[in-house]
Design a protein around this ligand. Structure first.
Ligand code: COA
Length: 186
């Protein structure tokens, strides 16, 4: 299956290619301080082109092997990276499940950009990838993330103490998910 290219009013949301490496590195370098409180600790070499050449190749392997779909939000006019949204931990069998994570540049918050990217990306996950349930988990103080998920129809399912190691600390998370009632695979 071909990876998706999702064009909306302000964005092109797609997997990164080798030609995108400088823009991907610039995004993570410029947003390092802003994203750190929401992110796992970054591996050594994270802000280097060599790391991203390898990671982009790995992401294509993961997509082809039905393990994950990692997308970047590109500014439709300027072409630079504005954010990321990733559908990972794809599980088949009776689960047909995956986990969603996302992040957006500090300078582009509060304009509806992540919802603009996620609506078609979720549609692709449900229709083309035949996912039945998308889980998305956020730290309780991350109100903006909670509001975004609620607007997209995600439903709170629980509360997990010390759920993920974020920025060096085990953090509680609110667990939410969105299911596809149209899913037909029995
Ligand atoms: C969570 C995050 C991705 C939300 O990004 P976002 O683009 O601001 O979210 P949305 O697409 O839902 O935008 C909605 C906001 O834009 C505003 N908005 C402005 N113009 C808009 C438009 N044309 N259409 C829709 N919303 C618009 C809305 O009022 C809303 O504001 P609010 O969040 O103050 O209520 C972002 O805050 C982020 O990157 N945070 C840090 C990383 C992070 O938290 N990752 C998730 C870990 S679980």
């Amino acid at each position: 299956m071909e990876p998706p290219i999702l064009t909306t009013e302000r964005l092109v949301t797609r997997m990164a290619e080798p030609r995108d490496v400088p823009r991907v590195v610039a995004y993570f370098r410029d947003q390092q301080a802003f994203l750190a409180p929401f992110s796992p600790r970054r591996p050594p070499g994270f802000i280097t082109e060599a790391y991203w050449h390898e990671r982009i190749a790995q992401s294509l392997d993961d997509f082809n092997a039905d393990r994950a779909m990692r997308l970047f939000l590109f500014d439709r006019a300027a072409g630079n990276v504005l954010g990321t949204c990733s559908f990972t931990q794809i599980e088949r069998g009776p689960a047909q499940y995956c986990v969603l994570g996302f992040g957006l540049s500090e300078g582009h918050q509060g304009r509806g950009l992540m919802a603009e990217a996620l609506r078609p990306a979720i549609g692709y996950a449900f229709e083309a990838l035949e996912i039945h349930r998308i889980g998305a988990n956020y730290m309780p103080h991350n109100r903006r993330s909670g509001r975004l998920l609620r607007r997209l129809g995600f439903v709170v399912e629980g509360y997990a103490r010390d759920y993920l190691l974020i920025n060096g600390r085990w953090e509680d998370h609110v667990l939410t998910s969105l299911t596809n009632p149209q899913h037909s695979r029995g």
